[in-house]
Design a protein around this ligand. Structure first.
Ligand SMILES: [Zn+2]
Length: 162
């Protein structure tokens, strides 16, 4: 069975995908589709509840705070700070080249810190990444799909460049 796809559940399958240059891409559903559609236009949009006037992310069918269904999609600046991050050195996500940073970003527009965009941090050394680091969005094209990614903002402190 030569056409069998690598098994992503195994280390061997992950190594095969990596060797083949296969990277995982978003698999949108009705709730998350607008996020990816906006990204294709190099816009960062997240959900906003017009009942309680709060942003929310990740996308949900209704507002997690007030349960209203008055959800709209709003463009945001793409500026934020790092709420939390890890450095993955063990290929925990298939198809990525480890080590890499997985971070959660609080957009500056969001009043609450439970509004978090999960992303990679690029454009600096792994060891430059720190909690509360100011970052900004950019769009990386992978196999015809544009992914929102984040990089240090101009006012971030980059230790490796000092
Ligand atoms: Zn609400």
């Amino acid at each position: 069975m030569t056409n069998e796809k690598p098994n992503v559940q195994t280390r061997e399958g992950q190594e095969q995908m990596k060797a083949l240059g296969i990277k995982p891409l978003p698999d949108p559903d009705a709730t998350t589709q607008p996020y990816w559609d906006a990204a294709m236009n190099e816009e960062l949009k997240i959900q906003f509840c017009s009942a309680c006037n709060q942003y929310q992310h990740p996308p949900m069918p209704t507002c997690e705070r007030c349960e209203a269904s008055k959800i709209e999609w709003r463009s945001i600046s793409g500026k934020g700070i790092i709420y939390s991050f890890i450095i993955d050195r063990r290929l925990m996500t298939t198809g990525f080249d480890e080590p890499y940073v997985v971070a959660q970003i609080n957009p500056i527009e969001a009043e609450h810190d439970d509004v978090r965009i999960t992303t990679n941090i690029k454009g600096c050394e792994l060891t430059d990444v720190y909690m509360d680091m100011p970052v900004e969005v950019f769009f990386e094209e992978v196999n015809g799909v544009k992914l929102p990614q984040f990089k240090p903002a101009p006012d971030a402190i980059i230790k490796s460049q000092q």
